[in-house]
Write a new protein. Structure first.
Lengths: 286, 299
């Protein structure tokens, strides 16, 4: 079988082509937002937010609403809730996150368990249902992703300043609280649109892994976002092929592809990679 | 310059689209009253609460002072004396529990003419930004929300880097710089911000003598532009020799005025207490005081 047949064969199935496009879109938007998640040390926050969305998804599922609506409401509420709880300074942020994260996740599983046989539904929520993406789902995902990317672009310099030097943000009288919540909400919405692709349990990988790999390859934020987006999109597409030919669940296949790219970069990245650190080609200066 | 192209590609599109969205009041800053002193603190106290509901304490108590335009003030005092708190207060990022901070006669948190060079350990030096990116951040207030830098902003940023002799570093990632270069870049950022009041938190800590000299050369040049400088330091010698005023702080103002008068043995003992060791020599008293500061001092 030549390479073109190999590449085009899965695309003959509409649901696989849709899943691939959805995975690519999710890969791009997660990676761009993920650059801020990595630079601001918010990986745990992202993971917690994803889990905390479960009750919203379950309520929407049980009441027959679009899942996206329930997830969006719950995601924004949780983002604002964690933001408010941790900014009061009573607890350290990771404690506040831990309490909300486990509590809401348990609530979601408990509500779902009232339906009796719930393991298949739960598995879809946890690990995604990439190959079940409908044309309408794909349109909604792409539309929301475009809005997220536009907002990131419009507030590029403000988000950079707030992330790099909050004191400068204060002396420039930037609306720091507004920007902080806006970023939290953007991360929440990004997680929500990624749920169908990779699921609650794995979405943090799409946020963090491509951005972490890109971080090793560049010293500029715009370049980091572009490289991360490329890795994310590649992982989405390549992951679906892996899923098709090796008969692996699609969501985990996408995440494993991103992880493989990260490991490769981690080993061979010029300057910061494992090889370069241990066997530098040129003697270190200074 | 790569970043220049990246930004300017989008500038023209957004000008028309965002004009109506931009709220000038958010970023324009307030006008100055020329007769008022550049900085005036009246009866300032700051109460802090520890994380986890620990004991409340006073970071600053009844601080009142005035600074004249163009003066260079050394802020000295032991660890936890409230030096950083004072600078953050003046910057307007911290509100006093009591009292008032006025810059040119108006509340300090309304100004965008206050530059701040943070303590070294408050910056993530591996953050993927170049020197030019950092300096351009200083322009953000003038550029405004939802807008991109224009030619004048690029010129000002480049000129600011030139003034601190760091234009050749523009494309370096900030983590690649030496300690002295990093401080100069933050001065350049304040210049790009068109700051009239520059607050520097321990900029001299960890610098070698030539590095310190370079900073002072730049500060001397800024004096001609009437830039007022408040600089927190642990170096009492430099405070005595290179500043117009010294502010000796230990939660309260122990002494404020000419450095020679402020740095008297009696004042230093009052500020440093048991941490001061005086050595009497012929006609001089030498003070061995003060542990240094690179370990995340928050006072």
């Amino acid at each position: 079988m030549d390479i073109w047949t190999w590449l085009s064969e899965p695309l003959a199935f509409g649901f696989i082509a849709r899943g691939m496009m959805a995975a690519a879109v999710v890969g791009v938007v997660c990676s761009v937002l993920g650059s801020y998640v990595v630079l601001r040390g918010m990986a745990f926050f992202g993971d917690a937010l994803a889990h905390a969305i479960l009750p919203g998804v379950v309520v929407a599922f049980l009441w027959g609403w679009p899942l996206l609506v329930g997830a969006l409401i719950m995601g924004v509420l949780t983002a604002v809730g964690i933001g408010a709880l941790s900014s009061r300074g009573t607890f350290k942020e990771d404690t506040a996150i831990g309490v909300i994260f486990a509590g809401t996740f348990a609530l979601g599983v408990a509500m779902l368990s009232t339906r009796g046989n719930y393991t298949i539904d739960l598995a879809h929520f946890l690990f995604g249902n990439l190959l079940g993406v409908s044309a309408a789902d794909l349109r909604a995902t792409a539309g929301i992703a475009a809005v997220i990317l536009l907002i990131v672009f419009l507030f590029y310099k403000e988000f950079m300043i707030v992330s790099f030097d909050p004191i400068l943000a204060a002396t420039l009288r930037l609306p720091a609280t507004f920007l902080r919540y806006l970023l939290l909400i953007l991360i929440a919405v990004t997680i929500v649109v990624s749920l169908q692709a990779v699921g609650i349990a794995l979405v943090v990988a799409m946020l963090v892994t491509p951005a972490a790999a890109a971080y090793l390859l560049t010293r500029r934020l715009p370049a980091m976002m572009l490289i991360a987006a490329a890795i994310g999109a590649f992982s989405g597409v390549a992951g679906v092929y892996v899923s098709y030919y090796w008969n692996i669940a699609a969501g985990p296949a996408v995440v494993l592809t991103a992880t493989a790219v990260f490991l490769l970069v981690f080993i061979v990245a010029p300057g910061r990679g494992l090889l370069a650190q241990h066997w530098p080609l040129a003697p270190k200066r200074g | 310059m790569k970043s220049g192209i990246y930004f300017s590609l989008f500038t023209s599109h957004y000008k028309t689209m965002t004009t109506f969205l931009t709220a000038p009041r958010l970023t324009a800053g307030v006008t100055h009253e020329p007769a008022a002193p550049v900085l005036e603190l009246r009866g300032i106290s700051v109460v802090y609460t520890q994380t986890g509901g620990g004991p409340r304490g006073l970071a600053l108590e009844d601080v009142s002072l005035e600074v004249e335009t163009g003066e260079r003030v050394a802020v000295i005092g032991p660890n936890g004396a409230g030096k950083s708190t004072l600078l953050k207060l003046v910057a307007g990022m911290l509100k006093p529990t009591n009292g008032q901070v006025n810059v040119y006669g108006r509340a300090s948190h309304e100004h965008i003419c206050i530059g701040y060079a943070p303590q070294r350990n408050q910056i993530d030096w591996s953050f993927p930004v170049t020197v030019m990116d950092v300096v351009m951040m200083g322009r953000a207030g003038k550029i405004g929300l939802l807008r991109w830098p224009r030619r004048r902003d690029w010129e000002l940023a480049r000129h600011s880097l030139e003034r601190v002799h760091a234009l050749h570093l523009a494309d370096k990632q900030i983590g690649e710089l030496s300690g002295g270069q990093q401080q100069r870049v933050f001065i350049a950022r304040a210049l790009a911000q068109e700051a009239e009041l520059l607050l520097m938190d321990e900029p001299l800590a960890g610098l070698d003598i030539p590095g310190q000299e370079q900073i002072f050369e730049i500060l001397d040049a800024l004096r001609q532009d009437k830039v007022t400088i408040l600089l927190a330091t642990h170096d009492l010698n430099l405070a005595a020799e290179r500043f117009d005023r010294a502010l000796l702080l230990n939660r309260k103002v122990v002494a404020y005025g000419l450095p020679t008068a402020v740095l008297s043995p009696a004042n230093l003992l009052a500020a440093y207490g048991g941490h001061a060791h005086m050595i009497k020599m012929d006609d001089q008293t030498m003070l061995l005081a003060d542990t240094c500061c690179d370990h995340g001092e928050t006072g």
